[in-house]
Ligand binder design. Structure first.
Ligand SMILES: Cc1cc2nc3c(=O)[nH]c(=O)nc-3n(C[C@H](O)[C@H](O)[C@H](O)COP(=O)(O)OP(=O)(O)OC[C@H]3O[C@@H](n4cnc5c(N)ncnc54)[C@H](O)[C@@H]3O)c2cc1C
Length: 475
């Protein structure tokens, strides 16, 4: 019980879990080169004795114990700000564990349908919180033919489902795709990918089980290859975490770990409980990246002597507008927070979804600006090793020179930052992830249309047009 430490975390990953990457199995994830950075970053979240981060990283539970802040149910605007501050110093492996906080918050709705499920949610939440464990958000199904319901698919396993029910538990089969940090967490926390209807009882499924449960295999894909040079890859050499393709081959789940098993009316509630938190996370990340883009454009154009050119000023001002719109959306989402019946505070859904949509749908245009201002060296800059090779170092330095006001090394580093962020394998990952993670653009449109005060807008238009009465007839 209680807060753990980095050594405990590393040891906890040596539990026989079945992991794969690049066609090979990983016997010990803490020794895999592919995971060196991700394990190190996740382990750092277990450093609780640093006075500079201890208060940001922890909170006192209602039982009076210290726990990681990722489990804190926000009860005020201040809690939301503290959550954002915690996110700034937290790895993605710990960040995704918010799944248990989101589940805990809807346990009262779940209790109205099945008291046992609600008790299970509370027990698993407290078990992970009090033992400082991590859990992933195992939601997105394979989904097969998108135009068909789960039961209509050629293969019924394309959405995870219950294949057998026994006295002591259920057997489940299926796969969950793109799961962030799946190989680095203690619990695979499974939720339905979408709302389900009558006839979809076997697909209305949620539970949490340890990652080393027999029958679970996780196939990883990483954008960052092992041992990247920090000079050539300033971002991805220090921050990366593979995503997992999590396969469940007739996995046994005991009843006390089941949150949903056959009640379609709850599937949508569970599926949506996390969406908002995923999107506010996406919005925070885009705010940080947009400021980085403004800074990189400023510095590189200064190094290249073009920062005063009209078309450059225009492009940088577009980047500034982008960054400011995102910052304002985030601020508005936090300031106009909402409160649930149970007292949980959450960011305004309209501002969150509008902000995430705006950021994701304009990101690629901002990258185009960045590339247009930077030129071809974004992709052809010689590497750190080339610049250190005595035979070629001198001419490389000579021809990479722009002005005595700037060092060649600084110019190289700024190009490397832009390439890593936007034009190499991490950059490609970022282009897709900005759109897809937290649901694609259509998902945000749906939420905005559901949450926006359309009726209020109709009233404004009716009044402006001089239409009175019930809104349909001119009086
Ligand atoms: C890096 C990364 C990390 C991620 N992390 C996680 C995670 O931790 N946990 C998790 O559960 N998921 C995660 N995801 C998955 C993410 O939520 C999904 O990628 C996203 O919801 C889109 O689903 P999809 O990839 O299956 O694409 P699709 O659903 O196939 O979407 C592609 C396009 O098809 C459209 N479409 C889909 N269905 C229909 C339909 N019926 N009718 C009309 N149009 C349709 C969509 O609107 C979209 O335009 C992650 C994704 C990425 C890229």
């Amino acid at each position: 019980m209680g807060l753990k430490n980095p050594e405990w975390y590393r040891e906890s990953l040596r539990d026989g879990r079945k992991l794969y990457i690049a066609g090979e199995s990983i016997p010990d994830v803490t020794k895999s080169e592919w995971f060196t950075v991700a394990v190190k970053n996740a382990a750092e979240d277990y450093v609780y004795d640093d006075p500079a981060t201890r208060d940001i990283r922890t909170y006192v539970t209602e039982e009076g114990e210290l726990a990681h802040r990722v489990f804190k149910i926000p009860e005020s605007e201040d809690d939301l700000h503290k959550r954002i501050a915690m996110g700034e110093i937290t790895s993605i492996t710990t960040g995704v564990s918010a799944v248990l906080m989101a589940l805990y918050n809807i346990k009262d709705k779940v209790a109205k349908v099945n008291g046992q499920y609600a008790e299970n949610i509370e027990r698993v939440y407290k078990y992970c919180r009090d033992n400082d464990m991590r859990a992933d958000q195992c939601i997105t199904d394979a989904k097969g033919d998108r135009s068909r319901h789960p039961a209509q698919q050629d293969d019924p396993d394309l959405y995870m489902r219950i294949v057998d029910r026994q006295k002591d538990g259920i057997y489940v089969r299926g796969a969950k795709l793109h799961i962030t940090a799946a190989s680095l967490v203690h619990e695979q926390t499974v939720m339905p990918t979408k709302a389900m209807g009558p006839g979809e009882e076997d697909w209305s499924l949620s539970f949490s089980i340890p990652t080393n449960t027999p029958g679970i295999k996780i196939v990883n894909r990483a954008y960052a290859h092992p041992n990247l040079s920090e000079m050539d890859y300033p971002l991805s050499a220090n921050h990366n975490a593979p995503e997992g393709f999590v396969i469940f081959e007739d996995v046994f789940v005991p009843w006390d770990r089941v949150f949903l098993a056959g009640e379609p009316q709850l599937a949508g509630t569970l599926a949506q409980s996390l969406g908002l938190w995923e999107r506010i996370g996406g919005l925070i990340a885009m705010c940080n990246r947009s400021k980085l883009m403004v800074g990189a454009a400023q510095m590189l154009t200064k190094y290249n002597g073009i920062n005063k050119a009209g078309h450059i000023q225009e492009k940088i001002s577009d980047l500034v507008n982008y960054a400011e719109m995102l910052r304002m959306a985030l601020e508005s989402a936090i300031r106009n927070y909402k409160t649930t019946e149970t007292g949980m505070v959450y960011p305004d859904p309209v501002a969150t979804n509008v902000g995430k949509f705006y950021g994701a749908s304009n990101f690629h245009a901002m990258i185009r600006h960045l590339h247009d201002m930077s030129g071809g060296l974004v992709v052809t800059m010689p590497t750190e090793a080339d610049l250190a090779n005595e035979e070629i170092a001198k001419p490389l330095q000579k021809y990479l020179h722009t002005s005595n006001d700037h060092k060649v090394d600084d110019r190289v580093r700024m190009y490397n930052l832009i390439r890593d962020f936007s034009a190499d394998s991490y950059g490609g990952w970022e282009l897709v992830t900005t759109l897809a993670a937290g649901g694609g653009l259509a998902a945000q449109r749906i939420m905005t249309m559901r949450e926006y005060d359309l009726e209020g807008a109709e009233k404004v238009a009716l009044a402006a047009a001089g239409i009175t009465g019930n809104g349909h007839a001119r009086v």
